[in-house]
Write a protein that binds this ligand. Structure first.
Ligand SMILES: [Mg+2]
Length: 342
């Protein structure tokens, strides 16, 4: 792992499932979408696990308990125990426990995932600002969280009670579209109080620390679909990452990624865990991967050749990231990506 500016995806001669001891997998957009398994996820994870890779699931969603998430995964055909699920609720509960007296009361604005995680750290969840809380914690409460809960948080936060948030994802995908996430709920309280919460979830260090404490991973690979949570979290934790294209990141977003959003590896889906990763080679101003050659021109990215789409994308990443250096590539990659069907 190099922490210089990454200018191309790396290659790996070994399958990633053998090169790393533990996969720290994001859920939505990686393993499932809208509750259903993503294509190739179940089979690929089964093979990786049979080969000895430890699989852990890392989610910013604080609503569901690890038990509930593990049951859902097992139902999809991915046998999972609660101990292999790490949530932002657990990360924020640890963060709070380090700053308040043992057994302290914590005002909860959110769901069961938060209450269970607080009790696990010996803290006492309470429901009212009048219960004399030592901290306020806000996590995703689902679509039925009453507006009055935000008032409850605001009363305590405005009095100066320390305020914590499990995560600040502004949106959450639903079967019907994009819904407001916990970050949007946090904004409500921020606007009302002018205060700033301490945040635990990806991409911030408390979440990564929680996953390492709980998994004991020595050589982890973060696997995610989002650049500003999964990939940036891996960057902040100084560990390697695999971006899969089954979620919210498309080719254009990836080509424009600034250094902290550039994954170590890129692949179409979780089958990428089971293979090596082809090298991108440099040839003068051009970058080659598989049958593709990518070049940065004055105002656009050019792509020639043919072959597998992920190889073309890797070559384009190298051209775009090299051209952008420490910035964000602004060259037009639209035509090149269209050739790849991305
Ligand atoms: Mg995701």
């Amino acid at each position: 792992m190099s922490q210089g500016v990454r200018t191309r995806p790396e290659g790996s001669g070994q399958p990633l499932s053998e090169a790393y001891d533990t996969a720290l997998l994001d859920l939505d957009g990686v393993v499932y979408a809208g509750g259903n398994a993503i294509a190739h996820a179940v089979d690929s994870l089964a093979v990786a696990r049979a080969g000895g890779m430890h699989l852990a699931y890392v989610t910013n969603n604080a609503l569901r308990t690890p038990d509930t998430v593990a049951a859902h995964l097992s139902e999809l055909g991915i046998p999972t125990g609660a101990e292999d699920v790490i949530t932002s609720a657990q990360a924020v509960a640890r963060l709070i426990s380090e700053q308040v007296p043992a057994g302290a009361r914590v005002l909860v604005i959110g769901g069961d995932g938060l209450r269970v995680a607080l009790r696990e750290r010996g803290l006492t969840p309470v429901e009212s600002a009048d219960d004399d809380p030592a901290a306020v914690v806000q996590g995703y409460g689902g679509p039925d969280l009453p507006w009055a809960r935000f008032a409850e948080a605001s009363y305590a936060v405005a009095r100066g009670v320390p305020w914590f948030a499990s995560n600040t994802d502004l949106t959450i995908p639903s079967g019907r579209g994009i819904a407001p996430g916990n970050g949007a709920a946090v904004e409500v309280v921020r606007i009302a109080t002018g205060a700033e919460p301490q945040v635990a979830g990806k991409p911030l260090p408390p979440m990564h620390r929680e996953t390492i404490i709980r998994t004991g991973a020595k050589r982890p690979l973060v696997v995610g679909d989002r650049l500003d949570t999964d990939i940036e979290g891996a960057f902040n934790g100084e560990v390697d990452s695999l971006l899969v294209l089954t979620g919210v990141t498309d080719g254009a977003l990836l080509l424009a990624a600034p250094p902290r959003h550039r994954p170590t590896y890129v692949d179409a889906d979780l089958r990428g865990l089971l293979t090596g990763q082809p090298e991108v080679t440099e040839d003068g101003k051009s970058f080659r991967c598989g049958g593709w050659t990518a070049t940065a021109e004055a105002d656009r990215l050019e792509l020639e050749g043919d072959g597998e789409a992920p190889d073309g994308l890797r070559a384009l990443c190298a051209a775009a990231w090299t051209a952008a250096g420490e910035g964000s590539c602004e060259l037009d990659g639209g035509k090149a990506l269209a050739r790849l069907g991305l």
